[in-house]
Design a protein around this ligand. Structure first.
Ligand SMILES: Nc1ncnc2c1ncn2[C@@H]1O[C@H](COP(=O)(O)OP(=O)(O)OP(=O)(O)O)[C@@H](O)[C@H]1O
Ligand SMILES: [Mg+2]
Length: 273
C-alpha cells in the first residue's frame, strides 16, 4: 500500500526504500551444451506492505525469478535488494510458497506448518503454540492432526500457506498458490487471502497466470513477455480497497481486465493470438 510512503513524503521524512528491488536481473541455463536464456534484464520494485502480481506465459521465468529473490538460485547478472541494500545473502529472508504445495506426506498438518520454525531452532512446543493460534484463521481448526492425503485441495493450499506465514517474514513470495484448484475453491481462497493480507500487513509478490486473480488481489501487476522473460509493462490496479469478489463483475474491473489482456497480447502471449 502506498499510504505509508505518502505519509512519509507529506511529513518531510525520507521515503522508505522499497522492501524488494530487482535490478536488471538476467538468468540463463546451460544444459547439454545448449544455452537457454530465461530472464532478460528484469527490473521491479515492491514497496513495504504492497501486493504485487507477476503475470506471464508458461515458461517465461516466473518461478525462476522467485527462486532468485528467495536466494535459492543466483542470477547470471543483476541485483536483488532488500530494504534498499544489496541482499547477496538472502536465503531465508523471505517466506516462499512454491508452485507445488510440498507438504510432507508423513507429517500432520500441524507438523508441516511448524517445519520452518523447527528448522530455525524454535522449540516444538512453542512452534505448535504459534501454529495452533493461527489454525482458525486458516480454516484448519480441527484438522491439525490430519495428514495431507486426507485434506481437500483448498485445505492443502491453506496448510502450505500457514507454513509460509509461520516463517514470520515480512516478504511473502507466492508461486501460483491457487493454480491447482477448481474455479469455486479458487474464488473462495482469493477472498480469504484478501482478508488475510489486510490483517497481516505483509508485502506480497504473487506469481499467477490468472488475469482476474491478479487484478482482484494486487496494487500493481507486472506483465512478462514469453521467454526470455522481460518486464516491459506494469499496470496500476486503481480499484478501491477493501475488495470483495463481487468487484469482478463491475465496469471498472472489466476495463482493467481489457487493459491487462491488451498488454499480454502486445507482449506476445501466444494463447491470445
Ligand atoms: N534448473 C533449471 N535448469 C535448466 N532449465 C531450467 C531450470 N529451471 C527452469 N528452467 C527453464 O527455464 C524456463 C523458465 O522456467 P520457470 O519454471 O521459471 O517458468 P515459469 O514462468 O514459472 O513457468 P510456469 O508458468 O509453467 O510455472 C523453462 O524453459 C525451464 O525449462
Ligand atoms: Mg512456474
Amino acid at each position: 500500500m502506498r499510504s505509508a510512503d505518502s505519509t512519509a513524503r507529506d511529513s518531510g521524512a525520507a521515503p522508505r526504500p522499497p522492501k524488494l528491488q530487482v535490478e536488471r536481473l538476467s538468468k540463463s541455463y546451460t544444459m547439454g551444451g545448449v544455452h537457454l536464456p530465461v530472464l532478460d534484464a528484469v527490473s521491479m520494485a515492491v514497496a513495504a506492505g504492497e501486493f504485487v502480481s507477476v503475470i506471464g506465459p508458461s515458461g517465461c521465468g516466473k518461478s525462476t525469478l522467485l527462486n532468485i529473490v528467495a536466494g535459492l538460485e543466483e542470477p547470471t547478472q543483476g541485483t536483488v535488494l532488500l530494504d534498499g541494500a544489496p541482499a547477496n545473502d538472502r536465503l531465508g529472508a523471505s517466506a516462499y510458497m512454491h508452485q507445488k504445495d510440498l507438504l510432507l506426506p508423513w507429517r500432520s498438518v500441524l507438523d508441516n506448518a511448524v517445519l520452518g520454525l523447527e528448522l530455525r531452532g524454535v522449540s516444538r512446543r512453542e512452534a505448535h503454540r504459534r501454529a495452533q493460534a493461527l489454525l482458525p484463521t486458516f480454516g484448519l481448526a480441527g484438522f491439525e492432526h490430519q495428514y495431507p492425503h486426507a485434506l481437500s485441495g483448498g485445505m492443502r493450499q491453506r496448510a502450505a500457506f500457514l507454513r509460509t506465514v509461520l516463517a514470520e517474514r515480512p516478504l511473502l513470495l507466492l508461486d501460483e498458490p491457487f493454480g491447482a484448484l477448481d474455479a469455486l475453491t479458487r474464488a473462495g481462497m482469493q477472498a480469504w487471502l484478501l482478508g488475510l493480507w489486510q490483517s497481516l500487513s505483509k508485502t506480497i509478490v504473487l506469481v499467477t497466470h490468472d488475469v482476474d486473480e491478479a487484478l482482484l488481489l494486487s496494487d500493481r501487476v507486472y506483465v512478462m513477455t514469453p521467454r526470455p522473460g522481460q518486464v516491459r509493462t506494469m499496470l496500476e490496479v486503481t480499484l478501491p480497497r477493501p475488495r470483495a469478489y463481487t468487484l469482478t463483475t463491475s465496469h471498472a474491473f472489466a476495463q482493467l481486465r481489457a487493459g491487462l489482456l491488451a498488454m499480454l497480447w502486445r507482449e506476445g502471449h501466444e494463447a491470445l493470438r
